[in-house]
Design a protein around this ligand. Structure first.
Ligand code: LLP
Length: 463
């Protein structure tokens, strides 16, 4: 097919249909550094490179779709978090955002710890050499087998989420003859301004023990008397993809308030608090995320001040960023398969992946950006919807975005900021094969998670 313009789709200046978009950008070739990883560049020849490698070479060598991860950017973000909090705090990378053995090694080298929330994540972290004492174990319904595995492995602490779990864990620790360090997860009653499915500190949801309902205090009472447990502190995670620091600040204040109550009731000063993850990232140029240093400064100061007022020794702080570290470091590289203009609406651009490699748009109405990366174009902006190849109309990757009107099958397009919660939430819907994760750094590329094959699918199907 020739690179002809598609006459039926809306263009610059047309009356546009309803949607989430703003005006088209002045130059579609520009790549906003807010949403693209640090080493992404458009070359003079027009194509895009990352870590010094042309995306066309990556597509040829590794195929599409593929997640392309910028190792240098990942490491820089780890360092930024560590430096922001300094030596008086611990940074646990939330493995649910994306976990692989290479990533665990990078985290280890950069001095971060890992938070896991399943036996599977724990296995990946341990198998890549993360010392068990630098791993925290989470979850609202950890199985008995997972708890036994975590205790036996010697994980640093387990974040307990219910009365049932307190008893279960106490029994398991006694069976194994150890005293397991724990934190208690509390619900601080903050309405985080984010999608309902990823807000976690309001009352009506499944996580934690409520502060206002007195359950947090009761869990502390029980934890202090149960054998096999050493209560180290309190944990709070208010939600995810949050831009406003106010919610974190209220949470910090309420957690310190609980520490003060615990001291008054039990004469015990708990030495740790974990304020969770949740810092938002830029998916489009309209998003304005906070920097780690900003959040570190305000949290550290609030904890210090509140502790001074309550006559408490300030506890050691830990945080659990996932998305803010890995999210911006990767993009998904797709090949365009079909370009279908719909009169008066928009142009549907179908790519070789879809909701199986990025479920976030369908699940949370997430917004993404997209760019043509195999070449530059001076064609008019064309209102587009990037869709996948799955058998449902909700299979949308980018709901509304502008792509050049000369877009054609065979072009490579990339969706930035897909490092978090895309590969980790990927599925085999329609027996799609999960894409590989390719790490690039300093002109070198390597697969860190290989593409699935049909043999992988058949290996599980033993019927
Ligand atoms: N700590 C705890 C206890 C968590 O539950 C989470 C995320 C994090 C830390 C890391 O949060 P982050 O810094 O990555 O926002 N699948 C959703 C996000 C679910 C988040 C679950 N918990 C999404 O794609 O937006």
């Amino acid at each position: 097919m020739s690179r002809s313009a598609h006459p039926a789709g809306p263009r610059h200046g047309d009356v546009l249909p309803e949607g989430h978009f703003t005006a088209p950008p002045a130059d579609l070739n520009l790549l906003d550094p807010k949403v693209w990883s640090a080493t992404v560049r458009r070359t003079d020849a027009g194509s895009v490179t990352v870590g010094g490698i042309d995306v066309r070479d990556l597509a040829e060598q590794f195929g599409t779709p593929a997640y392309v991860m910028d190792e240098q950017d990942f490491r820089a973000r780890c360092r930024a978090w560590r430096e922001a909090f300094g030596t008086g705090a611990d940074v646990y990378y939330a493995g649910k955002a994306f976990l692989s053995r290479a990533v665990v090694r990078w985290l280890h080298e950069e001095g971060l710890n890992v938070d896991v929330c399943s036996g599977g994540e724990l296995t990946v972290a341990l198998s890549a050499g993360m010392p068990a004492e630098r791993i925290a174990f989470h979850g609202n319904n950890k199985s008995k087998a997972e708890l036994e595995y975590a205790v036996k492995s010697g994980v640093g602490h387990i974040v307990v989420d219910s009365y049932d779990e307190l008893v279960r864990l106490s029994w398991i620790a006694q069976q194994q003859g150890v005293r397991q360090q724990i934190l208690i997860r509390v619900t601080v009653g903050v309405e985080a301004h984010t999608h309902e499915f990823i807000a976690t500190a309001h009352e009506d949801q499944k996580f934690g023990l409520s502060l206002s309902g007195g359950h947090a205090a009761e869990a502390v009472r029980r934890a202090l008397t149960l054998d096999g447990l050493e209560l180290r502190g309190i944990h709070s995670h208010i939600g995810s993809q949050i831009f406003d620091t106010a919610g974190f600040e209220v949470a910090a204040r309420r957690v310190v308030g609980l520490l003060a109550e615990i001291k008054a009731e039990h004469g015990v000063e708990l030495p740790e608090i974990d304020l969770g993850g949740g810092l938002g990232i830029a998916y489009t140029s309209d998003d304005d995320p906070r920097e780690p240093a900003e959040i570190a400064g305000s949290l550290t100061e609030i904890v210090r001040r509140e502790c001074a007022a309550a006559d408490l020794t300030p506890p050691r702080i830990s945080v659990e960023p996932g998305r803010a570290i890995v999210g911006p470091t990767a993009f998904t590289l797709y090949e365009v398969g079909t370009v279908k203009p719909l009169d008066g609406l928009r142009t549907y651009v179908s790519v070789d992946g879809g909701m199986s490699d990025n479920i976030r748009t369908a699940l949370y109405d997430a917004e993404y950006s997209v760019a043509l990366v195999s070449r530059a174009s001076t064609a008019e902006p064309m209102l587009s919807r990037v869709v996948g190849k799955h058998c449902e109309s909700g299979d949308i990757i980018v709901r509304d975005a502008f792509l050049p009107a000369d877009l054609a099958p065979g072009d490579l397009i990339a969706v930035p900021a897909t490092g978090a919660y895309c590969r980790s939430m990927a599925s085999n819907y329609n027996h799609a094969l999960k894409p590989p994760v390719v790490a690039v750094a300093d002109g070198r590329s390597r697969v860190i998670v290989r593409r699935e094959t049909e043999e992988d699918l058949l290996r599980l199907d033993i019927g």
